[in-house]
Design a protein around this ligand. Sequence first.
Ligand SMILES: [Cu+2]
Length: 177
Amino acid sequence: MAARAGDASPRLPPVNCRVLLVACAIALAGCESGPAPATPPIVAGSSGSPREVNIIAKDWTFLPDRVDLVPGETVLIHVINGGLDIHEAVIGDSGVQDAWEAAEAATVGSPPGPTPMVSVAPAVSGLRIVVASGQRVDVTWTVPRSAGPGLVVGCHIPGHWPKGMVVPINLVAATGD
Ligand SMILES: [Cu+2]
């Protein structure tokens, strides 16, 4: 029964307080015995069952602040642009990021409108997903088995990289197979 304003608080006899304390102690002990993992286990994606990976672009960062990928797995990447500006997710090492930064910087000064077509040499093209504000683009991609450290997700719409639009990729072993 809900207490009404003006009701006197019921006074619990001392024995009930002790029972309550014991119950609390049991509840706390239960929490300590089975800590939940910080992140859920990763089951590597396959071509028939790609693992879904969400990357949210904002003005001027990405969420999450680190992207876990398993070398050789196939992922279905959802890039969601929650910002007001156009953004992109370029996945690659520093050579890939440098190539896109240079190519897109060359478009500065072009008339307003859709991002001009830009391209880089295939060897440094990586994976690039451009997403307009408020939109989502889904891309299925197989992480190269040869993927090494140094991969990041970056945005090279002119001016965005210097604002910090880059998050690291953490190459991990599958933990949930
Ligand atoms: Cu951006």
